[in-house]
Design a protein around this ligand. Structure first.
Ligand SMILES: C[S@@+](CC[C@H](N)C(=O)[O-])C[C@H]1O[C@@H](n2cnc3c(N)ncnc32)[C@H](O)[C@@H]1O
Length: 287
């Protein structure tokens, strides 16, 4: 069962009962959209997701509300290329990253707890996969990926190990990559490097951070006065971009920030829904 993160807080910041049109930039399993539609019988949601599989499941979960949703298979960063009634939309939600469905689905190749093909594409129509990043990227490119997106201070050793391993045989499965990393960091008790390597590749494959600040800048400029924006991020790199985008928009006079400090889940929510553990919610209103 998918549980939406910080659901109550999202509904409050969006003031769902007062609005008519909402945009969910990251539909996922449809958890938050369902909450919007259930909390307001007159609400209509425009929803984006770049993963067709997730959209299929969300549409099943939302079958009761079919007349009150329009789903678009695209990156939310392209939303202004679609003719949507932006002058009517009262609230925008972005619950960033991947869903528990994507993480747990071995075919997606996000998780290193299962031996799965190195894929990691949210959008299966794109060409770049995790396998291509690991096997075809140069030493320089891999070093950039691990230092920028995995926050490795000295990724050179790791990159050399990968280059050696892939010379022997193309690295096609997450288990094979895991072995390379394990061998290098075998004296470590926690497997933190493992999660950072997988995070870095995932961010690179899906271009998760690319153009994010420009997107938020445009969003805050274009939305109607009084519209709210709620963003949930799950790691520090993402949150830094969101935080800076909110601050810049506030300084430029576009928005008022509604969350001086990011809102985080309660201990109970963290216990009941481990995926929520690292969530940080930021909200603002267009002025
Ligand atoms: C954390 S999940 C959202 C879960 C959802 N709020 C729910 O309650 O079911 C993020 C979803 O957004 C999608 N996604 C992530 N980045 C995206 C982007 N830039 N454009 C469109 N979809 C994106 C992912 O494919 C995933 O399905």
């Amino acid at each position: 069962m998918h549980v939406p993160v910080l659901e109550k807080e999202v509904m409050e910041f969006l003031e769902v009962e007062k609005g008519a049109y909402f945009l969910d930039g990251t539909l996922g399993m449809g958890g938050h959209t369902k909450a919007i539609l259930s909390n307001n019988n007159n609400a209509f949601v425009f929803a984006f997701d770049m993963d067709r599989e997730s959209i299929k499941i969300a549409l099943k979960n939302l079958s009761k509300f079919r007349e009150r949703i329009r789903v678009i298979h695209d990156n939310f960063k392209n939303m202004f290329n679609h003719s949507l009634p932006f002058n009517k939309i009262d609230g925008y939600l972005f619950d960033l990253g991947i869903s528990s469905f994507q993480l747990d689905n071995p075919e997606m190749g996000f998780s290193y707890s299962k031996d799965s093909p190195l894929d990691m594409r949210m959008d299966k129509t794109q060409e770049l996969t995790a396998e291509k990043v690991i096997n075809d990227y140069s030493y320089k490119e891999l070093t950039r990926v691990f230092s920028e997106f995995g926050e490795f201070k000295n990724p050179e050793k790791l990159v050399k190990e990968i280059l050696l391993a892939r010379k022997r045989k193309r690295i096609k499965k997450s288990g094979e990559l895991k072995e390379v990393i394990r061998a290098l960091y075998k004296r470590r008790k926690t497997m933190d490097p493992l999660s950072r390597v997988f995070q870095a590749i995932r961010i690179e494959v899906n271009r998760e951070l690319e153009g994010m600040d420009d997107f938020f800048h445009t969003l805050f400029m274009k939305i109607k006065k009084g519209a709210k924006v709620v963003v949930i991020s799950f790691h520090s790199l993402e949150d830094r971009i969101v935080k800076n985008s909110f601050r810049k928009a506030a300084k430029d006079g576009y928005i008022k920030i509604l969350t001086k400090k990011p809102v985080i889940p309660s201990d109970t929510e963290k216990k009941n829904n481990p995926r929520s553990r690292s969530a940080k919610l930021r909200a603002g209103i267009r002025i």
